[in-house]
Design a protein around this ligand. Structure first.
Ligand code: LLP
Length: 425
Protein backbone atom coordinates (compact mmCIF):
# COMPACT_ATOMS: atom_id res chain seq x y z
CA UNK A 1 0.00 0.00 0.00
CA UNK A 2 1.32 3.46 -0.83
CA UNK A 3 0.18 7.04 -1.16
CA UNK A 4 1.16 7.65 -4.79
CA UNK A 5 -2.24 7.57 -6.48
CA UNK A 6 -4.09 9.33 -9.27
CA UNK A 7 -6.48 12.06 -8.22
CA UNK A 8 -8.38 14.14 -10.81
CA UNK A 9 -6.19 12.67 -13.55
CA UNK A 10 -2.85 13.55 -11.91
CA UNK A 11 -0.44 11.37 -9.96
CA UNK A 12 -0.20 12.69 -6.40
CA UNK A 13 2.07 12.06 -3.46
CA UNK A 14 -0.58 12.18 -0.71
CA UNK A 15 -2.41 15.45 -1.46
CA UNK A 16 0.35 17.03 -3.56
CA UNK A 17 0.37 16.70 -7.38
CA UNK A 18 3.84 15.55 -8.48
CA UNK A 19 3.68 18.06 -11.35
CA UNK A 20 3.53 20.87 -8.78
CA UNK A 21 6.73 19.66 -7.11
CA UNK A 22 8.36 19.30 -10.55
CA UNK A 23 7.52 22.93 -11.30
CA UNK A 24 9.22 24.19 -8.13
CA UNK A 25 12.10 21.75 -7.78
CA UNK A 26 12.85 20.80 -11.38
CA UNK A 27 13.46 17.23 -12.56
CA UNK A 28 14.60 14.63 -11.80
CA UNK A 29 13.77 14.39 -8.10
CA UNK A 30 12.99 11.74 -5.50
CA UNK A 31 9.73 12.13 -3.65
CA UNK A 32 8.88 10.35 -0.39
CA UNK A 33 5.51 10.04 1.35
CA UNK A 34 5.35 10.45 5.12
CA UNK A 35 2.01 8.60 5.29
CA UNK A 36 3.47 5.58 3.47
CA UNK A 37 6.57 5.56 5.69
CA UNK A 38 4.35 5.61 8.77
CA UNK A 39 2.01 2.99 7.34
CA UNK A 40 4.83 0.55 6.58
CA UNK A 41 6.43 1.09 9.97
CA UNK A 42 3.10 0.45 11.70
CA UNK A 43 2.28 -2.64 9.62
CA UNK A 44 5.67 -4.11 10.49
CA UNK A 45 5.61 -3.25 14.19
CA UNK A 46 1.99 -4.41 14.61
CA UNK A 47 2.94 -7.76 13.11
CA UNK A 48 5.52 -8.07 15.89
CA UNK A 49 3.04 -7.17 18.63
CA UNK A 50 3.47 -9.23 21.78
CA UNK A 51 7.13 -9.98 21.04
CA UNK A 52 9.96 -8.15 22.81
CA UNK A 53 11.03 -6.84 19.39
CA UNK A 54 12.50 -3.52 18.28
CA UNK A 55 12.93 -2.09 14.82
CA UNK A 56 16.36 -0.71 13.91
CA UNK A 57 15.71 0.79 10.49
CA UNK A 58 18.55 -0.07 8.07
CA UNK A 59 19.68 3.38 7.04
CA UNK A 60 21.59 2.11 4.03
CA UNK A 61 18.23 1.88 2.24
CA UNK A 62 17.64 5.61 2.60
CA UNK A 63 19.73 7.73 4.93
CA UNK A 64 17.97 11.04 4.38
CA UNK A 65 17.75 12.66 7.80
CA UNK A 66 14.11 13.73 7.35
CA UNK A 67 13.19 10.11 6.62
CA UNK A 68 15.23 8.94 9.61
CA UNK A 69 13.68 11.53 11.91
CA UNK A 70 10.17 10.58 10.75
CA UNK A 71 10.92 6.99 11.75
CA UNK A 72 12.74 7.95 14.97
CA UNK A 73 9.66 9.95 16.00
CA UNK A 74 7.63 6.75 15.67
CA UNK A 75 10.04 4.98 18.03
CA UNK A 76 12.35 3.29 15.52
CA UNK A 77 16.04 2.78 16.13
CA UNK A 78 18.67 2.63 13.40
CA UNK A 79 21.09 0.15 11.91
CA UNK A 80 24.12 1.99 10.54
CA UNK A 81 27.09 0.73 8.54
CA UNK A 82 29.52 3.64 8.45
CA UNK A 83 30.65 6.72 10.32
CA UNK A 84 28.66 8.76 7.82
CA UNK A 85 25.44 6.91 8.61
CA UNK A 86 26.16 7.10 12.34
CA UNK A 87 26.59 10.87 12.07
CA UNK A 88 23.44 11.21 9.96
CA UNK A 89 21.47 9.13 12.48
CA UNK A 90 22.63 11.35 15.35
CA UNK A 91 21.93 14.48 13.30
CA UNK A 92 18.42 13.15 12.66
CA UNK A 93 17.90 13.02 16.42
CA UNK A 94 18.17 9.25 16.74
CA UNK A 95 19.15 8.43 20.34
CA UNK A 96 22.52 6.64 20.45
CA UNK A 97 20.99 3.94 22.65
CA UNK A 98 18.80 2.90 19.71
CA UNK A 99 21.65 2.56 17.22
CA UNK A 100 23.19 -0.72 16.06
CA UNK A 101 26.41 -0.72 14.01
CA UNK A 102 26.73 -3.45 11.34
CA UNK A 103 29.25 -4.07 8.57
CA UNK A 104 32.17 -6.28 7.69
CA UNK A 105 34.88 -3.59 7.62
CA UNK A 106 34.42 -1.07 10.40
CA UNK A 107 37.56 1.00 10.85
CA UNK A 108 39.21 1.84 14.15
CA UNK A 109 37.98 5.41 14.01
CA UNK A 110 34.43 4.24 13.29
CA UNK A 111 34.53 1.82 16.24
CA UNK A 112 35.96 4.55 18.46
CA UNK A 113 33.18 6.97 17.56
CA UNK A 114 30.53 4.27 18.14
CA UNK A 115 31.90 3.56 21.63
CA UNK A 116 32.25 7.25 22.48
CA UNK A 117 28.63 7.88 21.49
CA UNK A 118 27.46 4.93 23.58
CA UNK A 119 25.44 3.09 20.94
CA UNK A 120 23.30 0.04 21.76
CA UNK A 121 25.44 -2.63 20.11
CA UNK A 122 28.16 -3.34 17.62
CA UNK A 123 27.63 -6.35 15.36
CA UNK A 124 31.09 -7.86 15.01
CA UNK A 125 31.77 -9.96 11.93
CA UNK A 126 35.29 -11.41 12.39
CA UNK A 127 37.98 -12.32 14.90
CA UNK A 128 40.31 -9.49 13.78
CA UNK A 129 37.47 -6.99 14.26
CA UNK A 130 36.75 -8.45 17.69
CA UNK A 131 40.37 -8.04 18.74
CA UNK A 132 40.58 -4.50 17.39
CA UNK A 133 37.38 -3.53 19.20
CA UNK A 134 38.64 -5.06 22.43
CA UNK A 135 41.80 -2.93 22.26
CA UNK A 136 39.85 0.24 21.54
CA UNK A 137 37.35 -0.40 24.33
CA UNK A 138 40.13 -1.05 26.84
CA UNK A 139 41.92 2.14 25.82
CA UNK A 140 38.67 4.06 26.35
CA UNK A 141 38.01 2.27 29.65
CA UNK A 142 34.64 0.86 28.51
CA UNK A 143 33.23 -2.53 27.61
CA UNK A 144 31.88 -2.74 24.07
CA UNK A 145 28.37 -4.22 23.78
CA UNK A 146 28.80 -6.84 21.06
CA UNK A 147 26.63 -9.19 19.09
CA UNK A 148 28.54 -11.62 16.93
CA UNK A 149 27.13 -11.90 13.43
CA UNK A 150 27.12 -15.49 12.31
CA UNK A 151 27.01 -16.74 8.74
CA UNK A 152 24.46 -19.58 8.82
CA UNK A 153 25.27 -20.84 5.30
CA UNK A 154 21.68 -20.54 4.12
CA UNK A 155 20.77 -19.61 0.56
CA UNK A 156 18.25 -16.76 0.68
CA UNK A 157 17.11 -17.47 -2.90
CA UNK A 158 17.46 -13.85 -3.96
CA UNK A 159 19.66 -12.00 -6.49
CA UNK A 160 23.24 -13.28 -6.21
CA UNK A 161 24.59 -9.76 -5.51
CA UNK A 162 22.41 -9.32 -2.42
CA UNK A 163 22.55 -12.75 -0.83
CA UNK A 164 24.76 -12.60 2.25
CA UNK A 165 24.27 -15.73 4.34
CA UNK A 166 26.19 -18.38 2.39
CA UNK A 167 29.65 -19.47 3.37
CA UNK A 168 31.06 -18.08 0.09
CA UNK A 169 29.89 -14.60 1.18
CA UNK A 170 32.20 -12.26 3.09
CA UNK A 171 29.70 -11.72 5.90
CA UNK A 172 29.60 -12.95 9.46
CA UNK A 173 31.51 -15.57 11.35
CA UNK A 174 31.55 -18.98 9.73
CA UNK A 175 28.83 -21.06 11.24
CA UNK A 176 31.08 -23.87 12.39
CA UNK A 177 33.51 -21.42 14.07
CA UNK A 178 30.83 -19.43 15.86
CA UNK A 179 30.82 -21.38 19.13
CA UNK A 180 34.59 -21.02 19.60
CA UNK A 181 34.54 -17.32 18.71
CA UNK A 182 31.78 -16.63 21.26
CA UNK A 183 34.00 -18.17 23.93
CA UNK A 184 36.98 -16.14 22.78
CA UNK A 185 34.86 -12.96 22.91
CA UNK A 186 33.55 -13.75 26.40
CA UNK A 187 37.12 -13.92 27.67
CA UNK A 188 38.09 -10.47 26.36
CA UNK A 189 37.98 -7.75 29.04
CA UNK A 190 36.84 -4.99 26.65
CA UNK A 191 33.98 -7.01 25.20
CA UNK A 192 30.50 -7.51 26.66
CA UNK A 193 28.86 -10.26 24.62
CA UNK A 194 25.19 -9.36 24.46
CA UNK A 195 23.89 -11.39 21.57
CA UNK A 196 23.84 -13.14 18.23
CA UNK A 197 23.19 -11.43 14.89
CA UNK A 198 22.28 -12.81 11.48
CA UNK A 199 21.30 -11.32 8.10
CA UNK A 200 20.96 -13.59 5.09
CA UNK A 201 20.16 -11.18 2.27
CA UNK A 202 17.76 -8.68 0.81
CA UNK A 203 14.54 -8.70 -1.28
CA UNK A 204 13.83 -12.19 0.04
CA UNK A 205 10.47 -13.44 -1.20
CA UNK A 206 10.23 -16.79 0.60
CA UNK A 207 9.99 -17.52 4.30
CA UNK A 208 11.84 -20.83 4.38
CA UNK A 209 15.37 -19.34 4.25
CA UNK A 210 14.49 -17.13 7.24
CA UNK A 211 13.12 -20.13 9.14
CA UNK A 212 16.25 -22.18 8.52
CA UNK A 213 18.56 -19.33 9.52
CA UNK A 214 16.55 -18.56 12.67
CA UNK A 215 16.63 -22.23 13.67
CA UNK A 216 20.41 -22.23 13.38
CA UNK A 217 20.54 -19.14 15.57
CA UNK A 218 18.24 -20.86 18.05
CA UNK A 219 20.57 -23.89 18.26
CA UNK A 220 23.53 -21.60 18.84
CA UNK A 221 21.80 -19.62 21.59
CA UNK A 222 20.82 -22.84 23.38
CA UNK A 223 24.35 -24.17 23.09
CA UNK A 224 25.88 -20.96 24.45
CA UNK A 225 23.39 -20.87 27.30
CA UNK A 226 24.25 -24.45 28.18
CA UNK A 227 27.85 -23.21 28.47
CA UNK A 228 26.69 -20.61 30.99
CA UNK A 229 26.79 -17.61 28.67
CA UNK A 230 24.07 -14.95 28.89
CA UNK A 231 22.64 -14.12 25.47
CA UNK A 232 20.21 -11.20 25.75
CA UNK A 233 19.79 -10.00 22.16
CA UNK A 234 19.06 -11.73 18.89
CA UNK A 235 19.44 -9.47 15.85
CA UNK A 236 17.59 -10.92 12.87
CA UNK A 237 18.77 -8.42 10.26
CA UNK A 238 16.45 -7.27 7.49
CA UNK A 239 15.68 -8.69 4.10
CA UNK A 240 11.93 -9.16 3.74
CA UNK A 241 11.05 -8.37 0.11
CA UNK A 242 8.50 -5.89 -1.24
CA UNK A 243 6.25 -5.92 -4.31
CA UNK A 244 7.90 -4.07 -7.23
CA UNK A 245 5.79 -5.43 -10.06
CA UNK A 246 2.01 -5.24 -9.56
CA UNK A 247 1.61 -8.26 -11.88
CA UNK A 248 3.83 -10.51 -9.75
CA UNK A 249 2.86 -12.48 -6.66
CA UNK A 250 3.20 -10.46 -3.44
CA UNK A 251 6.09 -11.42 -1.13
CA UNK A 252 5.18 -12.89 2.28
CA UNK A 253 3.46 -10.43 4.59
CA UNK A 254 5.06 -9.05 7.76
CA UNK A 255 2.48 -11.11 9.68
CA UNK A 256 3.68 -14.34 8.06
CA UNK A 257 7.30 -13.30 8.67
CA UNK A 258 6.53 -12.55 12.33
CA UNK A 259 4.93 -16.00 12.59
CA UNK A 260 8.27 -17.53 11.58
CA UNK A 261 9.97 -15.52 14.31
CA UNK A 262 7.36 -16.59 16.86
CA UNK A 263 7.70 -20.26 16.00
CA UNK A 264 11.51 -20.29 16.05
CA UNK A 265 12.74 -17.79 18.63
CA UNK A 266 9.95 -16.29 20.75
CA UNK A 267 10.36 -18.70 23.69
CA UNK A 268 14.04 -17.87 24.24
CA UNK A 269 13.31 -14.77 26.29
CA UNK A 270 15.68 -12.60 24.27
CA UNK A 271 15.12 -9.06 23.04
CA UNK A 272 14.75 -9.29 19.27
CA UNK A 273 16.25 -6.63 17.01
CA UNK A 274 15.00 -6.28 13.44
CA UNK A 275 16.73 -4.30 10.71
CA UNK A 276 14.25 -3.77 7.88
CA UNK A 277 15.26 -1.21 5.26
CA UNK A 278 13.52 -1.76 1.95
CA UNK A 279 10.25 -2.83 3.56
CA UNK A 280 9.88 0.53 5.29
CA UNK A 281 11.03 2.92 2.56
CA UNK A 282 10.94 1.06 -0.77
CA UNK A 283 7.37 1.79 -1.76
CA UNK A 284 7.35 5.12 0.09
CA UNK A 285 9.34 6.78 -2.69
CA UNK A 286 9.28 7.48 -6.43
CA UNK A 287 11.78 9.03 -8.80
CA UNK A 288 10.10 11.66 -10.95
CA UNK A 289 11.70 12.33 -14.31
CA UNK A 290 10.85 14.26 -17.48
CA UNK A 291 10.85 12.85 -21.01
CA UNK A 292 13.49 14.66 -23.08
CA UNK A 293 12.91 12.91 -26.41
CA UNK A 294 10.97 10.01 -27.82
CA UNK A 295 13.20 8.37 -30.41
CA UNK A 296 12.08 5.80 -32.95
CA UNK A 297 14.89 3.26 -33.35
CA UNK A 298 15.06 0.59 -36.05
CA UNK A 299 13.20 -1.93 -33.94
CA UNK A 300 12.35 -0.11 -30.73
CA UNK A 301 10.89 3.10 -29.37
CA UNK A 302 13.18 4.77 -26.83
CA UNK A 303 11.70 7.09 -24.24
CA UNK A 304 14.73 9.15 -23.20
CA UNK A 305 14.24 10.66 -19.75
CA UNK A 306 16.33 13.10 -17.70
CA UNK A 307 17.03 10.61 -14.87
CA UNK A 308 19.70 8.01 -15.40
CA UNK A 309 21.47 4.99 -13.94
CA UNK A 310 23.55 7.26 -11.72
CA UNK A 311 20.32 8.43 -10.03
CA UNK A 312 18.76 4.95 -9.70
CA UNK A 313 21.22 2.13 -10.37
CA UNK A 314 19.03 -0.85 -9.44
CA UNK A 315 17.87 -1.78 -12.98
CA UNK A 316 21.45 -1.60 -14.31
CA UNK A 317 22.99 -3.35 -11.32
CA UNK A 318 20.46 -6.04 -10.43
CA UNK A 319 18.23 -6.13 -13.53
CA UNK A 320 15.60 -4.84 -11.11
CA UNK A 321 12.03 -4.16 -12.20
CA UNK A 322 10.58 -0.73 -11.39
CA UNK A 323 7.14 0.39 -12.44
CA UNK A 324 6.96 3.31 -14.92
CA UNK A 325 3.94 5.46 -14.07
CA UNK A 326 2.88 8.43 -16.26
CA UNK A 327 2.18 11.46 -14.05
CA UNK A 328 -0.86 12.41 -16.16
CA UNK A 329 -3.32 9.54 -15.89
CA UNK A 330 -3.66 7.75 -19.23
CA UNK A 331 -7.17 7.70 -20.71
CA UNK A 332 -9.10 4.57 -19.81
CA UNK A 333 -8.43 2.00 -22.53
CA UNK A 334 -5.47 3.99 -23.95
CA UNK A 335 -3.47 1.98 -26.46
CA UNK A 336 -0.28 0.59 -25.02
CA UNK A 337 2.82 -0.11 -27.06
CA UNK A 338 6.21 -1.51 -26.12
CA UNK A 339 8.87 1.06 -25.22
CA UNK A 340 12.33 1.16 -23.67
CA UNK A 341 12.71 3.85 -21.00
CA UNK A 342 16.33 4.98 -20.94
CA UNK A 343 18.51 7.71 -19.43
CA UNK A 344 21.07 10.02 -21.05
CA UNK A 345 24.19 8.22 -19.71
CA UNK A 346 26.49 6.73 -22.35
CA UNK A 347 25.97 3.07 -21.47
CA UNK A 348 23.42 0.61 -22.77
CA UNK A 349 22.87 -0.48 -19.16
CA UNK A 350 21.32 2.94 -18.54
CA UNK A 351 17.86 1.49 -19.05
CA UNK A 352 14.98 1.73 -16.56
CA UNK A 353 12.60 -0.53 -18.47
CA UNK A 354 12.80 -2.66 -21.58
CA UNK A 355 9.91 -3.47 -23.90
CA UNK A 356 7.42 -2.15 -21.38
CA UNK A 357 3.81 -1.70 -22.52
CA UNK A 358 3.15 2.04 -22.02
CA UNK A 359 0.44 4.47 -23.12
CA UNK A 360 1.36 7.23 -25.60
CA UNK A 361 4.21 9.38 -24.25
CA UNK A 362 5.64 12.59 -25.68
CA UNK A 363 8.56 14.88 -24.92
CA UNK A 364 7.93 17.04 -21.87
CA UNK A 365 5.76 14.43 -20.11
CA UNK A 366 6.59 13.51 -16.53
CA UNK A 367 6.87 9.87 -15.48
CA UNK A 368 7.43 8.41 -12.04
CA UNK A 369 9.69 5.42 -11.50
CA UNK A 370 7.98 3.39 -8.77
CA UNK A 371 9.30 1.74 -5.60
CA UNK A 372 12.39 3.95 -5.62
CA UNK A 373 12.48 4.89 -1.94
CA UNK A 374 15.00 2.20 -1.00
CA UNK A 375 18.50 1.99 -2.49
CA UNK A 376 17.63 4.81 -4.89
CA UNK A 377 19.03 8.15 -3.70
CA UNK A 378 21.17 6.16 -1.25
CA UNK A 379 23.09 4.53 -4.12
CA UNK A 380 23.17 7.53 -6.44
CA UNK A 381 26.41 8.89 -7.83
CA UNK A 382 27.40 11.85 -9.94
CA UNK A 383 28.62 9.69 -12.85
CA UNK A 384 28.80 11.70 -16.08
CA UNK A 385 29.19 14.77 -13.80
CA UNK A 386 25.46 14.75 -13.20
CA UNK A 387 24.44 16.50 -9.95
CA UNK A 388 22.83 14.25 -7.31
CA UNK A 389 19.07 14.66 -7.60
CA UNK A 390 17.15 16.42 -4.83
CA UNK A 391 14.90 14.60 -2.37
CA UNK A 392 11.45 15.87 -1.41
CA UNK A 393 9.32 14.77 1.53
CA UNK A 394 5.55 15.13 1.38
CA UNK A 395 3.22 15.21 4.37
CA UNK A 396 -0.45 15.67 3.56
CA UNK A 397 -0.72 18.77 1.38
CA UNK A 398 2.76 20.04 2.28
CA UNK A 399 6.10 19.26 0.71
CA UNK A 400 9.69 20.21 1.49
CA UNK A 401 13.02 19.72 -0.23
CA UNK A 402 14.92 17.61 2.31
CA UNK A 403 18.11 17.37 0.30
CA UNK A 404 18.72 19.97 -2.33
CA UNK A 405 20.37 19.58 -5.69
CA UNK A 406 24.01 20.72 -5.52
CA UNK A 407 24.94 23.54 -7.87
CA UNK A 408 27.60 23.06 -10.54
CA UNK A 409 29.70 25.57 -8.60
CA UNK A 410 29.54 23.34 -5.52
CA UNK A 411 30.52 20.31 -7.57
CA UNK A 412 33.46 22.19 -9.12
CA UNK A 413 34.55 23.53 -5.74
CA UNK A 414 35.71 20.04 -4.71
CA UNK A 415 38.11 19.80 -7.63
CA UNK A 416 41.64 21.19 -7.43
CA UNK A 417 44.32 21.58 -10.05
CA UNK A 418 47.79 20.65 -8.70
CA UNK A 419 50.29 23.50 -8.80
CA UNK A 420 52.10 21.96 -11.79
CA UNK A 421 48.93 22.30 -13.82
CA UNK A 422 47.47 25.46 -12.35
CA UNK A 423 48.00 28.40 -14.66
CA UNK A 424 49.75 26.35 -17.36
CA UNK A 425 47.63 25.45 -20.37
N1 LLP B 1 20.86 -5.44 7.93
C1 LLP B 1 22.01 -5.72 7.29
C2 LLP B 1 23.15 -6.20 8.06
C3 LLP B 1 22.10 -5.53 5.89
O1 LLP B 1 23.24 -5.81 5.26
C4 LLP B 1 20.96 -5.06 5.18
C5 LLP B 1 21.03 -4.84 3.74
C6 LLP B 1 19.79 -4.77 5.90
C7 LLP B 1 19.77 -4.98 7.26
C8 LLP B 1 18.54 -4.26 5.25
O2 LLP B 1 18.03 -5.14 4.32
P1 LLP B 1 16.61 -4.86 3.64
O3 LLP B 1 15.56 -4.99 4.71
O4 LLP B 1 16.64 -3.50 3.07
O5 LLP B 1 16.50 -5.92 2.61
N2 LLP B 1 21.32 -2.35 -2.85
C9 LLP B 1 20.55 -3.58 -2.88
C10 LLP B 1 20.22 -4.09 -1.48
C11 LLP B 1 21.43 -4.27 -0.61
C12 LLP B 1 21.11 -4.74 0.79
C13 LLP B 1 22.31 -4.74 1.65
N3 LLP B 1 22.07 -5.06 3.02
C14 LLP B 1 19.30 -3.36 -3.71
O6 LLP B 1 19.08 -2.25 -4.20
O7 LLP B 1 18.52 -4.30 -3.91
Amino acid sequence: MNHFQYHLGQLHAEAVPLSRIAKTVGTPFYCYSTATLKHHYKVFTSALAGLDAHVHYAMKANANIAVVRTLANLGAGADVVSEGELRLALAAGMPARRIVFSGVGKTQSELTLALREGILQINVESVPELKALNEIAMALGVRAPVSLRVNPDIDAATHVKITTGRKENKFGIEWTHAHAVFHMAAALPGIDVVGVAVHIGSQITELEPFRLAFLRVRDLVLMLRADGMTIRHIDLGGGLGIPYDPDMAEPPSPIAYAEVIRSTLADLGCTLLLEPGRLIVGNAGVLVTKVIYVKEGATRTFVIVDAAMNDLVRPAMYDAYHEIIPVIEPAAGANRSLMDVVGPVCESGDTFAQQRPLPPITAGDLVAVGSAGAYGAAMASSYNARPLVPEVLVRGDAFAVVRRRPSYEEMLALEVLPDWLAGAR
